[in-house]
Design a protein around this ligand. Structure first.
Ligand SMILES: CC(=O)SCCNC(=O)CCNC(=O)[C@H](O)C(C)(C)COP(=O)(O)OP(=O)(O)OC[C@H]1O[C@@H](n2cnc3c(N)ncnc32)[C@H](O)[C@@H]1OP(=O)(O)O
Ligand SMILES: O=C(O)CCC(=O)C(=O)O
Ligand SMILES: [Zn+2]
Length: 419
């Protein structure tokens, strides 16, 4: 029998066995997809600093930058050194750390900012300028000709310093498509490393993202980066769709922090991507460091990890209803698309409630090392549910009911023997 070949879009198999496609992975026939080749531009120290609560002093920025680097992000994007003198000094300090991740800074499309940026020692500069009518009229007030001219000047200047340059159109999804394609074609011709699409107001949906990235892919030769705000809840889905359409780089921040309600979160994207291509994600990123990284950032900006956060939300791997608990105990894949062990976490069966079932209670009985038959487990479950109808339960309540029931059974047996 010939050995099985394992494509990254396919699940692991034993030799000789028919390979099954991963239904959550990229379509193996979709040659445009970069789902199995994506890279992260981590922007906690740029977009994340724009989060309402954020203030990172130099020490904290360095701690976060090191933690991001350790996690394995490809790029770390920093606040513009034109923002303040301390921002500039911090940018220089992070460049000197000698991290594996490349260091980028993010500037306006302006020579003053570009000069300050290249002097910091960054590996690359991310340039942005608004192209939508809203921003052209009410933000910088410049027309497309001016934008093209200043973009060329800034890009050539940055390139002349031998570092990477990315050009991005802010508010891309509310920009005129012809304007957009013209400016991207112009900057591509003069050799930008990446062009960026930014959903600055979080208005785009996955189909629009797919169409725009696909169209852009057909007219530029450089790589495509995407940046998605989460105002309408599409940031992770849009990021995934962008990769399917041929983008390579996704901007993320820890917990998604950023302007307003933020952008694609690092953890959320990891959850989506590990479902699509586990081998690739595990080979690049130290997922078991995610929880510490999120705690570090959450503490720094004084927020709690939301209960429904992908992966690290307190109940992300907690199974409660009896039907779920039974199946999870038999095979975790029944109700889990992600394996908590991949993130250094464990699953939990929440049995102390009235939605529990006898299978979950039997498993608790086993944990307590008590001997009850299935019929007895069912009977004690009825008692637990009866109390659960009156008030919320805790583990102690359940354990007490089980132990009391167990003792009663033993007493009955002893009495029967004596009689
Ligand atoms: C969508 C995004 O998140 S883009 C990134 C946002 N990041 C930041 O804003 C970084 C932090 N910002 C700052 O520290 C300050 O805004 C600075 C230093 C950049 C500018 O400060 P100020 O000179 O006081 O200007 P202010 O912030 O009031 O207005 C922005 C200025 O930049 C201009 N501008 C805005 N976007 C761009 C752009 N992409 N390219 C060139 N100029 C721009 C505006 O026209 C305005 O210029 P004006 O002085 O002629 O009015
Ligand atoms: O530079 C970019 O691509 C994105 C800038 C930004 O933060 C945004 O447009 O929301
Ligand atoms: Zn943004």
């Amino acid at each position: 029998m010939p050995p099985a070949t394992v494509d990254s879009a396919f699940q692991k198999v034993t030799e000789g066995v028919q390979v099954k496609p991963n239904p959550y992975g990229p379509n193996p026939h979709d040659f445009m997809s970069n789902v199995s080749r994506f890279k992260l531009i981590e922007s906690t120290l740029r977009e994340g600093e724009q989060f309402a609560n954020a203030f990172f002093d130099t020490e904290k920025k360095i701690e976060i930058a090191k933690a991001l680097d350790d996690f394995g992000v490809d790029y770390i994007e920093l606040t513009s050194p034109a923002a303040s003198e301390q921002s500039r000094l911090d940018c220089e300090a992070i460049c000197k750390l000698g991290l594996k991740a490349k260091i980028l800074t993010h500037i306006r499309c302006h020579m003053d900012d570009a000069r300050i940026a290249v002097a910091t020692g960054v590996d690359g500069v991310d340039v942005v300028i608004g192209t939508s009518q809203f921003l052209r009229e009410y933000s910088h007030g410049k027309d497309m000709n001016y934008i093209a001219k200043s973009a060329i000047e800034v890009i050539e200047f940055v390139k002349s310093h031998g570092i990477e340059i990315r050009f991005s159109s802010e508010d891309s999804f509310r920009s005129d498509l012809v304007d957009l394609l013209n400016i991207y074609r112009t900057v591509d011709k003069i050799g930008v490393n990446r062009v960026g699409i930014a959903d600055t107001v979080g208005c785009a949906n996955p189909r629009q993202v797919y169409d725009l990235v696909r169209t852009l892919k057909s007219i530029v030769s450089c790589e495509i980066e995407c940046h998605f705000h989460n105002d309408t809840g599409c940031a992770i889905a849009n990021a995934y769709t962008a990769l399917e359409a041929g983008a390579t780089f996704i901007d993320v921040s820890v917990l998604g922090i950023g302007e307003r309600n933020g952008i694609t979160s690092l953890g959320g994207l990891m959850a989506r991507m590990i479902a699509a291509d586990r081998d690739y994600v595990l080979s690049k990123y130290k997922l078991h460091k995610l929880r510490d990284l999120e705690n570090l950032v959450a503490e720094s900006v004084q927020i709690n990890i939301p209960f429904n956060n992908p992966i690290t939300g307190f109940c992300a791997f907690t199974h409660k209803a009896g039907i779920h608990a039974k199946a999870i105990l038999a095979n975790p894949s029944t109700y889990e698309i992600l394996d908590p062990a991949d993130f250094g976490l464990t699953r939990y069966i929440h049995f102390a409630n009235r939605l529990t079932g006898w299978n979950a209670i039997k498993s608790r009985v086993d944990q307590l090392n008590l001997a009850l038959t299935d019929a007895q487990c069912k009977e004690v479950t009825t008692k637990i549910k009866a109390l659960g109808d009156i008030r919320p339960l805790n583990i102690d309540d359940v354990d007490s009911i089980i132990r009391e029931y167990h003792a009663d059974q033993n007493n009955e047996i002893a009495a029967a023997i004596q009689a």
